[in-house]
Design a protein around this ligand. Structure first.
Ligand code: C5P
Length: 234
């Protein structure tokens, strides 16, 4: 059953992955499922098409914004890019932990400088550990350690590793979310919304499970219902 009475503590943990072709389509789907999602994620596809105006539009619609551009370059380039992205007042940003400690430190510094430049609150800085499309997550612990040393606020990881992030005081942003019985697509390390939150996810990223659903509102309501139940059980 679809309900629009979604508690803030549930919406705040629901991140909508806007992997769609353009801003009009992104705005349309974001508006439809706004009752269940407090955060939207702008990744490469939408950013390549629309640019940073996508951040502004989503802020205007009342969402917090995750800039999912997974920075990975030499430290100087990453710091400068992070600074410019952060000047848009984004709420979450990420960079690849595989880039190493110096690069992640530069990422965190740039994110803070950019927010400071515009008087915005510093974004939550996340290190991407092992892509959820990779079946082998053996590099996770080393990348988690690097993220912690570099001063990141948290990591992007699958539900299978989320509790290990929490154990060292880092937050966990968890993609690879699938509703029970749905297609894994290209993802390898997947979990349902309820299982991910029970396993320690602070936020879950839900993209195709909602954006490609026949009934996005029903899919969003199912995901949010599972998150609410998992929070209630914790
Ligand atoms: O459609 P689906 O839910 O599989 O999309 C997952 C989203 O999360 C994609 O936008 C992908 O880029 C992102 N992501 C991921 N694995 C990571 C980091 C980000 O799938 N480790």
């Amino acid at each position: 059953m679809i309900t629009t009475e979604v508690p803030a503590e549930v919406r705040d943990r629901m991140v909508l992955g806007l992997d769609v072709g353009g801003l009009a389509e992104a705005e349309a789907i974001a508006r439809r499922v706004a009752p269940w999602f407090g955060v939207v994620k702008v990744g490469h596809e939408l950013y390549a098409e629309a640019g940073p105006i996508a951040f502004d539009r989503m802020h205007d619609l009342g969402f917090r914004v995750f800039c999912d551009l997974k920075l990975h370059d030499i430290p100087n380039t990453v710091e400068r890019a992070a600074r410019v992205h952060a000047r848009h007042g984004v709420d979450f940003m990420n960079a690849h932990a595989a880039g190493g400690e110096a690069m992640l430190r530069a990422f965190v510094a740039g994110a803070h400088e950019g927010a400071n430049d515009v008087g915005a609150r510093a974004p939550v800085t996340l290190a991407v550990t092992v892509l959820t499309s990779e079946p082998d997550a053996s590099a996770f612990d080393e990348r988690l350690a690097v993220a912690r040393l570099a001063g990141c606020d948290g990591v992007v990881c699958s539900a299978l590793e989320a509790s290990r992030a929490g154990a060292v005081g880092l937050r966990a942003m968890v993609p690879g979310i699938r509703l029970a019985g749905s297609d894994d697509n290209d993802q390898a390390r997947v979990a349902t919304p309820g299982a991910a939150v029970a396993a320690g996810a602070d936020w879950i990223v839900v993209a195709r499970a909602v954006t490609a659903a026949e009934d996005p509102e029903a899919a969003a309501a199912t995901a949010a219902g599972e998150v609410a139940a998992a929070i209630a059980r914790s």
